[in-house]
Design a protein around this ligand. Structure first.
Ligand code: SF4
Length: 470
């Protein structure tokens, strides 16, 4: 269903509002419904070590887990995608796997096939070939490092893109790999279609260079400590980095990026991690530094009691805020009801602040997930007014060479060709000497299949010679 159709089909609920708000109790789906986990105890389930050692990493392990509950058709579809399209390798913690088809009770061979095909979390964590577009699987201007983060590295892995804030990529791995990952160029294992970039420096040297840069650049006040996902860094090493960061006088905000708060909440509930976070948060508070966690949840079904418990453990340890940055993805959450369900589930159930929804970036093979800027503007309109103002997420487009822009900040827009034009009000680190950096316009491209026939024909005439090969 197109976004316009889905918006048009919203019926007024019993409250007389297009979106009928109801508070929903969080539930942990029953993992024993999957044959491979029929004997798994609660103690095992709540162990971070058990979760990590039972991640689904390949087709064989998925078969061992689901058996014949899912048809061969699905497995073949997945195998083809992995060989021909996938930009990320497979890595799904049991916690995330268990939120797929959460309400289906298996009833014999093949009984979960359709539920798996339709499931929103499956849709972005286990992409299959038939999900992808065959007309324009990639936009002609898609690229591996679509935000040009590497071009703006001030030290290896330290992106200085905005005037007062930086992104520190401490490591290139995560406990879970998302099919649409923006950092597909760097993060995770290579796939048959993508040879991943490797950091050249040793972690200890890279981290020292990052800290040196921050000590010598007093204009930087805010560090997103990321990856990958910081949950994959041994706690002692992460704490050492954070302690040194907190000694730098100019650093006033630290944000820890971890999708694992949702994908592997068991990690954030370990004694070593909670106690360590409590030490770091205590130092941050004493120095007047804001310490927050930024997580990445895309669907309401991901918010379970264990996720709420992990968020609460972080609040109890002294973390000031836990905020969510979701990604808008067709087939997952690209309609107002799904977005509002997610925001309320986060806010009511786990006190996690809905903060941003990003548009999916222009990476290869992502066109089936992406939406147009016009649709993003419509979505923003439809989610306004339901949530508290401070918890109403802004939908942002990360425009190459510009940075995050609210979708209504567009400068001009050719809706036929699907080209939007954006301006900016600061220089990135690579434009210090560029006199036109603040006056030129920068382009962003809608998915071609969303354009009117005239626009699609225009792109077809341009030919596909500029299509990026992964
Ligand atoms: S958790 Fe973040 S960095 Fe890791 S694969 Fe997912 S989107 Fe990429």
């Amino acid at each position: 269903m197109s976004i316009e159709t889905s918006i048009a089909s919203i019926v007024e609920g019993e409250t007389g509002q297009p979106y009928p708000y109801r508070r929903v109790e969080l539930v942990e789906p029953d993992w024993t419904r999957f044959p491979g986990w029929k004997d798994v105890t609660r103690e095992e389930w709540e162990s971070a070590q058990w979760q990590r050692s039972h991640c689904v990493k390949n087709l064989r392990q998925l078969r061992e887990l689901l058996g014949d509950l899912v048809d061969e058709r699905f497995y073949a579809d997945l195998e083809r995608d992995q060989a021909e399209r996938a930009t990320m390798s497979m890595l799904i913690p049991p916690q995330m796997m268990n939120t797929m088809a959460p309400h289906e009770q298996p009833a014999g061979p093949g009984s979960l096939t359709e539920a798996f095909y339709a499931d929103p979390i499956r849709h972005y964590m286990i992409p299959v070939f038939s999900d992808r577009r065959t007309d324009w699987p990639s936009h002609p201007y898609s690229s591996r490092d679509s935000l040009h983060e590497h071009d703006m590295w001030a030290a290896e892995g330290l992106t200085h893109r905005y005037p007062t804030k930086v992104l520190a990529e401490l490591l290139p791995t995560c406990p879970q790999y998302c099919g649409h990952c923006t950092r597909m160029d760097l993060v995770g294992n290579s796939t048959p279609t993508v040879d991943k970039l490797k950091f050249l420096g040793k972690p200890v040297d890279r981290h020292a260079e990052m800290l040196d840069y921050l000590r010598t650049h007093p204009g930087v006040r805010d560090v997103v400590v990321s990856g990958g996902d910081v949950a994959n860094m041994p706690w002692a090493r992460l704490e050492e980095f954070l302690t040194k960061l907190l000694e730098i006088e100019n650093i006033r905000d630290i944000r820890l990026a971890t999708k694992a708060l949702m994908g592997l909440p068991q990690h954030w509930l370990q004694d070593e991690v909670v106690e360590g976070m409590s030490r770091v948060a205590g130092t941050a508070r004493a120095r007047g530094v804001g310490l927050a966690i930024h997580t990445h949840v895309n669907h309401a079904n991901s918010v379970t009691p264990l996720v709420a418990k992990a968020a609460q453990a972080m609040f109890d340890a002294g973390v000031r805020d836990v905020r969510n940055q979701g990604v808008i993805l067709n087939g997952v959450n690209a309609d107002p009801h799904a977005m509002l369900d997610l925001c309320f589930r986060l806010l009511d159930g786990a006190q996690i602040l809905p903060y941003y929804f990003y548009m999916c970036d222009m990476i290869p093979n992502a066109e089936h997930w992406r939406i147009s800027v016009a649709d993003a503007q419509r979505l923003q309109h439809h989610i306004m007014g339901y949530l508290p103002g401070f918890a109403t997420p802004r939908i942002v487009c990360d425009v190459p060479f510009v940075g995050k822009r609210w979708v209504h900040q567009i400068s001009s827009y050719d809706e036929v060709k699907g080209i939007s034009y954006w301006t900016k009000n600061y220089r990135t680190s690579i434009e210090a000497a560029d006199p036109e950096a603040l006056t030129r316009t920068y382009e962003y491209y809608d998915p071609i299949h969303t354009l009117p026939a005239e626009g699609q024909a225009w792109w077809a005439r341009q030919g596909q010679e500029t299509v990026h090969s992964v």
